[in-house]
Design a binder for this molecule. Structure first.
Ligand code: IVH
Length: 676
């Protein structure tokens, strides 16, 4: 009864073609550019629709259909490597029924009536990677790529703190060669701090923690990756030589014993009803987790069963992803407002018809900048898809053009500041327009809000509305004025009871004892986020020293680039800012400084000399490791040398060390010393 393509309704053929094209495009955006245009849920929906059509009309299938591929080919920038066992994707379930059906089919395929045991895991929303350990040493790491071929990112993976470079042998013989698989991710708080720092530096923020993780792994310069707070959980193996294990859970336990991080929320060997319970439990706690998960992965625990079931082209028959309902909704853009930030940057913000997105009412979403608006072709009156990821500011994912009525209007960024009327400028290479009027009321309000915010002075009860009113009533011009407010003045304001007035004055009083880094951050110096403020705190023992520092001096601090250094020097060079700081200090402010850390590093006071070729470490790496532990690396052996680290074909330094009876160690011993 094989149908001929000609006999299929042309509408269906067209639809399949359109879906294929869309999926190819989204694959490219996602896998190659790391810049997806649609949510995963939207992508999954398109994929399911195409898979549905192809299974109903098998003759529609083409050899290049996105349904037979796992992703797009990797870029040529990194070396490629073939995975010895393909890194498959997972089928998705969206309801309990899908899981029951999965279980039923698996038992049918296995020819068993018995209950199956499952191991259930959080589905990490990150980037899949494979690490190869040989003789216990990390020798290679790669991305999943298209599932068959990935990109070699060994150096980048080495930079992740939780990735062991050498496996532990605790109780188990270390497998001669093992391919381990896991998900690289970025914790939400760390992602937010990274984005703040990026915005401070005028760089484009990442859309979400997964993009931040992917972008960080896709760096040709691993020094950049090293600065990104990446983490990893391992969830499986590819090939593993010489070890026979017949349960997935036991595989995970082995990984754990080898020193590889596994997710503590994994629930081993449970029956079907507990699997459904598990899904509900993690759905309940997901918003309290420090990282993003997008569902649960349910795996048949028995490895013989896994082998027996095998895989389809994209996904195994022994595992399924039970995805959470996506936190996206559609709503309408009522108007677009332009906000002026504390550094004068103009940001377009969409005011939305309020809509509940995953239980939180969303009425505004950032549109980032004018290029974004143009790229997404966003118009006032448009029906749009909005999404909220964790605590991140809601954003417009895309327009739904099919709902357009023709009444929508395009939006243009203003040429004048909406708050003060001064002409705005968009500097070449910048995505944002700026108002350069330091007296602009919108900037003043934003600076004061920033000053009172959580990471800064953290003044309880000083919210947006109150700040706006204080500035509008000219009771506060700069943040220094906050410290000169009194109860009488506040009480005289509309809708301000004497109790709230007293509370606010008390809160301001309490904030007067402030750690140095918070003080620096609160000043609102352009490009200086919490991270830079912390670096400055580590490098200056008092405020006067920081205020007198030249750009060149600041730039010498590791982590402070030229742009930040210039900005700091410029800020403190301005008499107006110095005056504001003087006034703050005169109000009785107390800046506290961290206790100087008693440097108790293991290699403190020890001098090392390196010679010959070490088996795994490059000389620069060994040097960095020794220095990080407080040791010194010198170029020549003398009586002051404590250790000579000798590798292959060591020369005269080795002879000299023997002569002077300097202790000679190899790389393995060096690593042991570093660990102890
Ligand atoms: S198992 C054949 N376990 O989900 C088994 N995957 O859609 C495939 N993922 O590429 C993977 N958490 O990036 C597995 N606990 C987990 C996972 C997980 C996240 C990702 C992984 C994979 C994708 C499959």
């Amino acid at each position: 009864m094989k149908e001929n393509v000609d006999s299929i309704d042309s509408k269906i053929i067209e639809r399949a073609n359109a879906l294929r094209q869309a999926l190819h495009h989204h694959n490219y955006r996602y896998y190659v550019l790391d810049d997806p245009e649609v949510s995963d849920a939207e992508y999954d929906r398109l994929m399911r629709e195409l898979m549905g059509l192809e299974s109903e009309y098998p003759e529609l299938k083409t050899p290049d259909s996105p349904t037979v591929k796992v992703g797009a080919p990797p870029l040529n920038r990194f070396e490629s490597v073939a995975h010895s066992v393909p890194m498959l994707s997972l089928d998705n379930a969206f309801a309990d029924g899908d899981i029951l059906e999965f279980d039923r089919r698996a038992r049918k395929n296995l020819g068993t009536e018995d209950k199956l045991l499952y191991t259930a895991e959080p589905k990490m929303d990150g980037v899949a990677v494979e690490l190869v350990y040989e003789g216990g040493r990390l020798v290679m790491a790669s991305t999943r790529g298209d599932g068959f071929t990935g990109e070699v990112i060994t150096e980048n993976i080495r930079t992740i703190r939780s990735v062991p470079l050498v496996l532990k042998g605790d109780g188990h013989p270390v497998p001669e060669r093992v391919e381990v698989r896991g998900e690289v991710f970025m914790e939400i708080e760390r992602f937010k701090a990274l984005n703040t720092a990026r915005v401070d530096r005028g760089e484009q923020p990442f859309a979400n923690p997964r993009n931040a993780a992917a972008g960080s792994l896709r760096q040709l310069d691993s020094a950049i990756t090293a600065k990104r707070p990446l983490d990893i959980f391992f969830y499986g193996v590819g090939n593993m030589a010489g070890v026979e294990i017949d349960s997935h859970w036991e595989t995970l336990c082995l990984l754990k014993d080898l020193g590889l991080k596994i997710n503590p929320l994994i629930r081993p060997k449970i029956e079907l009803p507990q699997v459904l319970e598990y899904y509900r439990e993690i759905a309940e706690i997901r918003h309290r987790l420090p990282y993003e998960i997008d569902g649960a992965v349910i795996k048949i625990d028995s490895i013989p069963f896994q082998r027996q079931l095998g895989a389809k082209s994209r996904s195994p028959r022994w595992a399924i992803a039970y995805k959470f309902a996506s936190i996206q909704e559609t709503t309408r853009i009522e108007r677009i407002e332009v906000q002026v930030g504390r550094t004068g940057a103009l940001t377009p913000v969409a005011h939305l018809q309020p809509v509940s997105v995953g239980g939180v009412t969303v009425s505004r979403a950032t549109l980032h900048n004018e290029d974004e608006i143009e790229k997404k072709d966003i118009r006032v009156g448009d029906q749009v898809l909005v999404q909220r990821a964790g605590d991140v500011i809601p954003e417009v994912v895309k327009v739904i053009p099919s709902t357009r009525t023709g009444k929508e209007t395009t939006f243009e960024m203003p040429n004048d500041c909406p708050a003060c009327g001064m002409q705005v400028v968009r500097a070449p290479g910048e995505a944002l327009r700026r108002c350069n009027n330091a007296a602009c009321p919108a900037q003043r309000k934003a600076r004061i809000r920033h000053f009172a915010s959580k990471g800064a002075f953290d003044i309880d009860g000083l919210g947006t509305k109150l700040v706006d009113k204080l500035v509008e009533k000219e009771l506060v011009h700069s943040y220094a004025d906050l410290f000169y407010l009194d109860v009488t003045t506040l009480e005289a304001m509309e809708r301000m009871g004497s109790k709230s007035a007293k509370n606010l004055i008390e809160a301001i009083g309490k904030s007067k004892k402030v750690p140095f880094r918070r003080f620096i951050y609160a000043l609102g110096i352009r490009h200086v986020g919490e991270n830079s403020a912390r670096l400055l705190e580590e490098n200056y023992r008092d405020l006067a020293g920081l205020m007198a520092a030249s750009g060149a001096e600041l730039e010498a601090i590791e982590g402070i680039g030229p742009e930040i250094a210039q900005s700091i020097a410029h800020f403190f060079g301005k008499e107006k800012n110095r005056e504001t700081i003087r006034r703050i200090l005169e109000s009785g402010l107390e800046i506290t400084f961290p206790e100087p850390k008693a440097e108790k590093k293991s290699f403190a006071g020890k001098t090392f000399v390196l010679t010959g070729t070490l088996p795994t470490l490059k000389r620069a790496e060994a040097k960095a490791m020794i220095e990080a532990a407080g040791g010194k690396v010198s170029g020549s052996v003398s009586r002051k040398t404590d250790y000579l680290v000798a590798g292959e074909s060591a020369g005269s330094k080795l002879d000299k060390a023997k002569e002077l009876r300097v202790e000679i160690i190899d790389e393995v011993r060096l690593k042991e010393l570093l660990q102890s």
